[in-house]
Design a binder for this molecule. Structure first.
Ligand SMILES: Nc1ncnc2c1ncn2[C@@H]1O[C@H](COP(=O)(O)OP(=O)(O)O)[C@@H](O)[C@H]1O
Ligand SMILES: [Mg+2]
Length: 302
């Protein structure tokens, strides 16, 4: 008899469980994240979409170690982000994550050349000059900016600035790259190029990449996209290749799948359109029918 091997799920690289973030301004409380769950595997490239104000930047800032949640758990690469000393947080930010902001101007220092901008984070971590220089040139080649290394940001286009920003974020070879609307200020064509570049980085270095955007077309460039609604992950969009039989041969076809996310407590977010069209307000009837879960307005009985 074959011995059964116990299967163990690999630890996700990023794990958020029931995250809450409450901002307090004077007497006012803003709940930016309300019980958010998220798993991202090592080496994955994925997108996060959601309307403005849905909590995307809040989540990314927490993952980057810039901010901490009000409640919940968050681990990155096995590190508990809620239990780090100030020193550990500094180390984490320098070595473990690269961050790209939407505002092209925020990513680069205006008085430094592209090369100097990329060298700066390596100076902070104390890499020797020669190595620093070599590595900066190498990364700038990778982002196809090898011909613009002496230019200061004001001499570069928006797309070029974001390429250099990616190089800066990669300077210390972080295993995690976070991009907060990196294409928000770019035209569609340039945006596509920057997203392709993030894809290359993911393949080339095995960097785990999380891209926040309000552009749903990002789904074509990544393996899956998770949508955040009101501070909570609600649905996931996945690309799947299916085979469509034709007369002569099998043809590959890409289909988009939308899956609803069920959190650790069994909660789901029912799309507002569904609730509105069935006029479901505060109560509904739920039943199991032929292996399906059915939801009906209160007035209707199964
Ligand atoms: N520093 C802050 N202080 C107070 N409220 C904030 C702060 N940052 C974000 N918020 C609020 O939290 C909510 C989520 O914001 P944010 O994470 O920036 O959303 P998104 O990036 O999806 O547009 C919004 O209501 C926003 O106004
Ligand atoms: Mg934002």
């Amino acid at each position: 008899m074959r011995k059964s091997v116990e299967y163990q799920e690999p630890e996700p690289y990023v794990l958020c469980q029931d995250l809450f973030k409450i901002y307090k301004i004077a007497d006012l409380e803003v709940v930016a994240l309300r019980g958010l769950d998220l798993k991202v595997e090592t080496g994955e490239i994925m997108g996060i979409v959601g309307a403005s104000g849905s909590g995307k930047s809040t989540l990314l800032n927490i993952l980057a170690g810039y901010d901490s949640p009000s409640a919940g758990n968050v681990t990155v690469g096995g590190r508990d982000l809620l239990n780090m000393t100030l020193r550990e947080v500094m180390e984490y930010r320098r070595h473990e994550v690269g961050f790209i902001w939407q505002q092209t101007s925020r990513n680069l220092l205006p008085f430094l050349s592209a090369l100097e901008n990329v060298e700066l984070p390596m100076m902070v971590t104390g890499l020797p000059t020669k190595e620093r220089h070599g590595r900066a040139l190498e990364i700038l080649e990778l982002v196809e900016m090898g011909h613009r290394i002496r230019h200061t940001p004001d001499k570069l286009s928006g797309g070029e600035q974001q390429r250099v920003a990616i190089a800066v974020a990669l300077a210390n070879r972080p295993p995690l790259l976070l991009a907060d609307e990196p294409t928000g200020e770019l035209d569609d064509y340039t945006a596509g190029q920057v997203l392709d570049l993030l894809g290359n980085v993911n393949r080339e270095f095995g960097t785990t990449v999380i891209i926040v955007t309000h552009d749903p077309s990002v789904v074509r460039k990544v393996s899956r996209v998770v949508a955040i609604r009101d501070g909570k992950t609600s649905v996931e969009l996945r690309r799947r290749v299916s085979f469509k039989p034709t007369e002569s041969e099998r043809q590959e076809e890409e289909v988009m799948e939308e899956l609803i996310l069920v959190d650790g407590s069994g909660r789901v977010q029912i799309p507002k359109e569904f609730l509105d069209s069935l006029k479901i307000r505060e109560r509904a009837r739920m039943s199991m029918e032929d292996g399906k879960i059915a939801l009906r307005p209160e007035e209707e009985r199964p």
